[in-house]
Design a protein around this ligand. Sequence first.
Ligand code: NDP
Ligand code: 2IT
Length: 447
Amino acid sequence: MKNKIKAFLDIVKQRNGEEPEFLQAVEEVAETVIPYIVEHDIYYGKNILLRMVEPERAIMFRVCWVDDDGEIQVNRGYRIQMNSAIGPYKGGLRFHPTVNMSILKFLAFEQVFKNSLTTLPMGGGKGGSDFDPKGKSDNEIMRFCHAFMSELFRHIGSNTDIPAGDIGVGSREIGFLFGMYKKLRNEFTGVLTGKGISWGGSLIRPEATGYGNVYFAQKMLETKNESFKGKTVLVSGSGNVAQYAAEKVLQLGGKVLTLSDSSGYIYDEDGIDAEKLAFIMTLKNVKRGRISEYLERYPEAIFEKGKTPWGVKCDIALPCATQNELNEADAKLLISNGCICVSEGANMPSTKEAIAIFHKAKILFAPGKASNAGGVATSGLEMTQNSLRFNWTREEVDNKLKEIMSDIHKSCLKYGTDKDGYVDYVRGANIAGFVKVADAMLAQGIV
Ligand code: NDP
Ligand code: 2IT
């Protein structure tokens, strides 16, 4: 088996040698899915995984715009259309200076499996730009978004490819992107998700990724007769996913000790309660400030510059910032401090070595493609509402989200339960996600 996996990975490395994040994501899937393929004749010998690691299409384009000083700026735009076997391409847009082919291909590849797990008919894609939104005025953001969409519009559509938000792309950016798409196409369609409520958005979409992650962790905890009540929780990040993960933890009676951004983390021993979280939401979403400014209002808290929060003693950890933010040493610290559950809100926040530590310690560990799927699932619900030209209530969408997270949890149990009863959610999510897409690809022939 090891040789088969190595032979496959050698081909992928030869073709994508300069793409470490993409290789990392493929390796994790290959190690869990190839043994399953080998045991199942319908998939064996058909190069099905080799077909899945090759994007159906990868678009790269120039984005020129003028900043507030009148200088001409040049960025790169991308859209990776990874797999459309079970539905139109679907996945977010990331605006961050680290964006490149490797990052977007890893995210698009993960998205294929994640979208398959949601039970909804969505293929996988991802896009974005190396544009850095930090320090830009609203007008600069608008000009950039308009310039970006002036090329992207010809590659997307409500039945072809439906982008949404990700790091650096929130409701403000989706508004500007939608405005330009509508102008160029002269049509009002559900071509983007994460839209504002008055122009086609869905209730609960802003909350969905963070809430969904906590619903998934709740399902994992239930298997051990545990809950969030009275538990101490570390959250990293302080953006969309982190904020609503923290909000749901509080609603379920947990105590949130940390939040972070790329400059460091804050630790509030007394807990970040609802009032403090509201302060952070205004700080991050309206003032677009830094997490360290929390101390100006709550001086009893601690700010650890340049560090991640994983050394703080906790029961549960929710990494909600970015890829590879939790390494082997962090995982060891979490375990030695008594952590019982890690549920990923971000995409691939734990390194391969960190995951191995969690599995060895047999704690509850959920990979992002299962536990953060609530965001894209609710995007799927937004698409349904757009097609119906109808809006569901907050409660209706939240109930559907809960049901979807519970179904994803069941799929993980189905394919990930070991002989001793331990659940390997990584294997469970990868195989469950794979089966649906592979069956569709086989049915559609070699295309
Ligand atoms: P936001 O842009 O709203 O927030 C990102 C947060 O992560 C910020 O606090 C940011 O800090 C921090 N961050 C970004 N890059 C780094 C870095 N290199 N090191 C440390 N911190 C960093 O994005 P989201 O909350 O939407 O996304 C967070 C994660 O969740 C990403 O992995 C994303 O792919 C994933 N995700 C998002 C979904 C969604 O619906 N939005 C759905 C599923 C997954 P700073 O401000 O300093 O950059
Ligand atoms: O990583 C993700 O799942 C997202 N950024 C959300 C994608 C979406 O289409 O809602």
